[in-house]
Design a protein around this ligand. Structure first.
Ligand code: AMP
Length: 396
């Protein structure tokens, strides 16, 4: 894996694709700077090596034109504070003015380009546009893991213009390292915990993992498709009727591959989808009409946490219930705690996918697990066994 440490950066202009796609509040202020913080080590590496930095990113989903609320100017202040230095802003990512600003950059200086997606050529992966970005610099670093699964101009095509002078930044390096550690799990037992609303979103990752895991724990809304497929009663719980056969197929393949599958033995059920609904506990496959499963039950928590605490490699993707509502968060919270405990006993734990990351943050356990991925879609695709274009472009 060629990383930023393998290139000579002194006196060079270094174009870094970062993922500054951060949430902004109604005053256009950054409400979560995790992604900006994640890019700082690579930026500082260039500065300390005597290079200058040109940062490029997208922000939000502008409609191929300038929209103030998606301007990267909104992140200039927090970036400058985190770097502890002034950051030059270029109001376009290409063009004569940008070229001039780039050519005047001195070692140690940092420049941020305006939102790449103000040009439609970014998402279409236009070669000419990528060439204009490339012309700004001597070296290309990709550190935007969150968009590594997109073949956009700045994430993939631009790399062609740097046959040798290209590498991964520290963020992508650590993301790849932790995903590879899990996928190649040497430390057994390996337990994957899959949750969230739908089987259809997770099917490819589950299929890829069946070759690798010892235990597969299934929780969350997708449980009920599996339970119904086996003839259980699920009341009005969420279900994907067109995925019943698929659920049976997964269970059959798991059996053939000697993977132990754990579905919840019981559920916390509610009479409506509401934090203040009436609640009860029901055995799996025995949910009365008019009630819906919104969390795993106490028996399931006990079984799942036991399996997790005895695991040496753990992957968690997707909550065990509707954890956003406090009445139905217990399953997700206890699973998060069990993962932290297993980690303290030496297990390697990787948390990925938007909602499990939100959960681990909600319970303030981020620092007690081995790695929390910053890339939702990119992480899922990598774990599905796909080759990510942004990764391939550097490796080529
Ligand atoms: P995903 O994005 O597929 O990981 O799904 C996460 C979402 O699934 C969260 O917003 C949860 O509230 C939701 N979810 C988890 N369990 C259930 C359930 N039993 N019924 C309905 N939604 C659920």
């Amino acid at each position: 894996m060629k990383t930023i440490d393998d290139l000579s950066l002194s006196g060079k202009k270094v174009l870094i694709r970062v993922d500054f796609n951060v949430p902004l509040d109604e005053n256009l202020e950054v409400s979560d700077d995790t992604r900006i913080k994640a890019a700082i080590p690579s930026i500082n590496k260039v500065i300390s090596s005597g290079g200058s930095v040109i940062l490029m990113s997208h922000l939000g989903r502008p409609k191929d034109r300038v929209e103030e609320k998606f301007s990267l100017k909104n992140i200039l202040n927090p970036l400058s504070m985190l770097l502890n230095k002034k950051v030059i802003f270029s109001s376009d990512c290409i063009g004569e003015k940008t070229q001039k600003l780039a050519s005047h950059l001195k070692p140690g200086e940092v420049m941020l380009l305006e939102n790449l997606r103000f040009h439609k050529e970014e998402k279409s992966g236009d070669r000419e546009f990528a060439g204009k970005l490339a012309a700004l610099a001597d070296v290309y670093i990709n550190d935007a893991f969150g968009t590594a699964h997109r073949a956009h101009a700045s994430t993939t095509i631009v790399a062609d213009f740097f046959p040798k002078e290209k590498a991964f930044g520290y963020l992508i390096q650590s993301e790849l390292k932790s995903m590879n550690q899990v996928l190649g799990a040497q430390e057994k037992p390996f337990t994957a915990i899959m949750g969230g609303a739908k089987v259809s979103d997770k099917i490819l990752i589950i299929e890829n993992l069946l070759d690798k895991v010892d235990n597969l724990i299934i929780g969350g809304g997708m449980t009920y498709t599996f339970v119904k497929a086996q003839g259980g009663s699920i009341g009005s719980s969420i279900v994907e009727e067109d995925k019943l056969d698929l659920a049976v197929r997964i269970l059959t393949i798991a059996r053939e591959k000697n993977v132990e599958v754990f579905l919840p033995e019981d559920d916390v059920v509610a009479d409506r989808f509401d934090n203040n609904a009436n609640k009860s506990v029901s055995n799996a496959g025995d949910i009365p009409e008019g009630w819906m499963g919104l969390d795993i039950g106490p028996k399931a928590i006990k079984t799942f946490t036991g399996i997790i605490q005895n695991s040496k490699t753990i992957l968690w993707n997707g909550p065990m219930g509707v954890f956003e509502m406090n009445s139905f968060q217990e399953g997700t919270k206890q699973i998060a705690k069990a993962i932290a405990e297993a980690t303290s006993k030496g297990a390697f734990s990787l948390i990925g996918g938007g909602d499990s990351v939100a959960a681990i943050n909600k319970y303030k356990l981020k620092d007690q697990v081995s790695y929390v991925s910053t890339g939702g879609g990119a992480m899922l695709e990598y774990m599905e066994g796909k080759i990510l274009p942004g990764i391939k472009a550097i490796e080529n």
